[in-house]
Design a binder for this molecule. Structure first.
Ligand SMILES: [Zn+2]
Length: 424
């Protein structure tokens, strides 16, 4: 059961967001979708071969404008919307741009070269219209019939783009609709929360009276599995001749495995940070204080150099995600130096080494979860306030599951205001 919240009118935080919704293509559209993807593949592949050919023969890269003009002429008889063709050229130039950036540090890279037979079709906003009943009208080239896709979108949404995506596993086509919206968070945002990033608990957060700990079990087992598999594959690879068929097959297997695990890890990080952003929103948090990542190296017992690198990546990723999601909600994010924060008593300020998960101050008797103490101290570094004992509720744990969601309903085109939803 959901109930609306009365929001204080004095503070208004407006922020622009994008959100993507997926709608399956009706089964009778399968063949049509396949044809369109093939047309898009032709336009994209022509772009790739043209740009690369000029670079090979003349030694320079064409500009996007020039290529767009050329492609529009070349693809005159291809019944895709002119903006769709332009968007496909833009896609290649985006890939090219990231290649230029990456090749500054990595000399061995090749410019993007794939010329796929099929690719995603893009409709930019001018080629999209949402009809009264929620049907999407996707325009094609002049003289060709538009495509009508049933959706459940309400008519007020601001659609920025639509992409036709093929899902290989399900052998189905989906329309990804990206909408832009302005959120009004309207939170008075007076509370301050300290955040401690760690290995056992990827995120631990604490306000002056409550804490939340995100369990790292699933995440760590994914990381371990990744390391083990990677070592196995590396061992097998070392026994194969470089460039042989078996070698290349293994390289492909490695890439597939890495991609898959990477996606699972990202899913966990996204679910945790979204949940955390909602937790902050529901408490009226205005400032998130994160312990500076430089300190982490000193605190964690790394078994190998590899682990260290992975964890640094992980902490960076988590703090970036928190920053993006929190700022979109109008919550400010600051970083503080986190050295000694897990060893200092938040009440009396004495330092104690703790070997267990529980922090116990032998001077004043204060006792609490060690990571939550770290988060509390990070908060204290920012506020400068001492802690009043007795007000703390015992920390709440959050465990990953594939249905974990934000405790507060975020903006959605169906419910364009914030609402509380019951958390379980
Ligand atoms: Zn103490």
């Amino acid at each position: 059961m959901a109930r609306s919240v009365n929001i204080a009118p004095e503070v208004q935080n407006m922020a622009k967001h994008m959100k993507t919704y997926k709608f399956p293509a009706p089964p009778e559209y399968y063949q049509k979708c396949k044809e369109l993807s093939k047309l898009a593949g032709r336009v994209y592949s022509k772009t790739v071969s043209l740009v690369r050919k000029i670079h090979r023969k003349k030694g320079f890269w064409l500009s996007m404008n020039t290529v767009q003009k050329y492609i529009l002429r070349w693809a005159q008889n291809i019944p895709l919307h002119s903006q769709t063709k332009q968007a496909l050229v833009e896609r290649y130039f985006k890939a090219l741009k990231s290649y230029f950036k990456a090749s500054k540090t990595n000399q061995g890279l090749r410019p993007p070269f794939r010329t796929p037979k099929y690719t995603n079709v893009v409709w930019k906003n001018q080629a999209v219209k949402l009809l009264e009943d929620g049907t999407l009208r996707l325009s094609m080239a002049n003289g060709s019939n538009p495509l009508y896709i049933p959706t459940t979108l309400p008519k007020e949404v601001d659609i920025r783009r639509v992409e036709l995506v093929y899902d290989k596993r399900q052998d189905k086509y989906f329309f990804h609709v990206t909408v832009s919206f302005e959120s009004q968070t309207n939170i008075s945002g007076s509370k301050i929360v300290g955040v401690d990033l760690g290995v056992v608990h990827p995120i631990t957060a604490s306000t002056e009276d409550r804490a939340v700990l995100y369990n790292g079990g699933v995440l760590n087992s994914k990381l371990q599995y990744r390391n083990k598999k990677l070592a196995d594959l590396q061992k097998k690879l070392s026994r194969k001749k470089v460039g042989s068929r078996r070698y290349r097959k293994l390289v492909r297997a490695k890439r597939r495995l890495l991609g898959k695990i990477q996606n699972q890890i990202k899913d966990i990080l996204h679910k945790y940070t979204t949940h955390f952003a909602g937790w902050c929103l529901s408490l009226g948090v205005g400032t998130i204080v994160i312990g500076d990542l430089r300190g982490i190296r000193d605190r964690v017992d790394y078994s190998t150099k590899v682990n260290q690198k992975i964890h640094q990546w992980l902490f960076r990723k988590i703090s970036d995600l928190i920053k993006t999601k929190a700022e979109a909600l109008g919550i400010e994010v600051v970083f503080v130096d986190e050295s000694y924060t897990s060893q200092t008593c938040p009440v009396c300020g004495k330092r104690h080494k703790t070997s267990t998960r529980n922090f116990r101050c032998t001077d004043c008797g204060f006792e609490w979860h060690r990571d939550a103490v770290g988060a509390l101290n990070i908060r204290k570094k920012y506020t400068g306030e001492g802690l009043v004992v007795g007000a703390l509720a015992s920390p709440v744990g959050v465990r990953y599951n594939s249905h974990l969601r934000c405790p507060v309903a975020m903006w959605s085109p169906w419910k364009p205001t914030f609402e509380w939803v019951k958390t379980s």
